[in-house]
Write a new protein. Structure first.
Length: 244
């Protein structure tokens, strides 16, 4: 009987030890997983309508990256108008209009059409990529109510500063920025994201859309990137807008 009890006790100890080791490994692995996810987030910028064609029969995907589903296979030689680009790791993806479909293809599948300028530029007077780049460079700066400098920003002070550094002067407050901009249904990086009923009723917060359903803003403790799928911000979302 003692021998049986010892055997069961030893087996239980082994299972517990293995479980503890697995838990410890999982905890240690989490920071590395998080870093990898953050490093792989695509930086998407809006570009002008640039003319290309497909070098091969190509998969047109729902989003940038091979992990996303194929919408259709576009034929070799089909015209493709590039509207956005996304850098993922060492590869570049383009959002295109081709064969009656909007979707994403890898840059290696495209070649410039004859007669096209081949120049990828921002589609507005202010470079969308410059706005996004400047806004992202401000991540980590503390939130400060009424703040308009790198010592601390509130939400509209953050937006005003990023646009000013990109070459456009905009108004100071959330409500005046809302009034200064026009509503859009197909947002592009560099557009505004407005939220309602946060710390007060009505329009009360905003940030800068950076693509991939994400925005950068000064909120909470500091300037940071958040997803529109976030449980809090998703419920408070009001509209996308663009400065006139």
């Amino acid at each position: 009987m003692k021998k049986v009890f010892f055997t069961l006790f030893a087996a239980g100890s082994l299972v517990f030890a293995n479980s503890a080791t697995d838990a410890q490994n999982a905890v240690q692995a989490q920071p590395h997983t998080q870093v990898a996810q953050e490093a792989s987030e695509p930086a998407i910028v809006q570009v002008s309508n640039s003319a290309y064609k497909l070098k091969y029969a190509s998969n047109v995907r729902r989003d940038a990256g091979t992990s996303h589903g194929v919408i259709k296979v576009a034929p070799k030689g089909a015209a493709a108008t590039v509207t956005r680009t996304a850098k993922i790791g060492s590869g570049t993806w383009h959002k295109v209009r081709t064969s009656g479909t909007h979707g994403w293809v890898h840059g290696s599948l495209l070649t410039k059409s004859s007669g096209g300028s081949g120049v990828v530029q921002a589609s507005s007077s202010v470079s969308s990529s410059a706005v996004v780049s400047k806004a992202l460079s401000l991540k980590g700066i503390p939130y400060r109510f009424g703040g308009t400098t790198t010592a601390g920003f509130d939400c509209s002070g953050f937006v005003q500063y990023a646009f000013k550094k990109a070459g456009k002067n905009v108004s100071r407050t959330t409500l005046s920025q809302f009034a200064q901009s026009t509503t859009v249904t197909n947002p592009r990086p560099g557009d505004l994201v407005f939220f309602a009923n946060t710390y007060r009723p009505g329009i009360s917060h905003n940030g800068i859309y950076i693509g991939n359903n994400q925005f950068v803003h000064s909120g909470g403790a500091r300037a940071e990137v958040k997803s529109l799928n976030d449980p809090y911000w998703g419920k408070k979302f009001h509209s996308f807008k663009r400065f006139k």
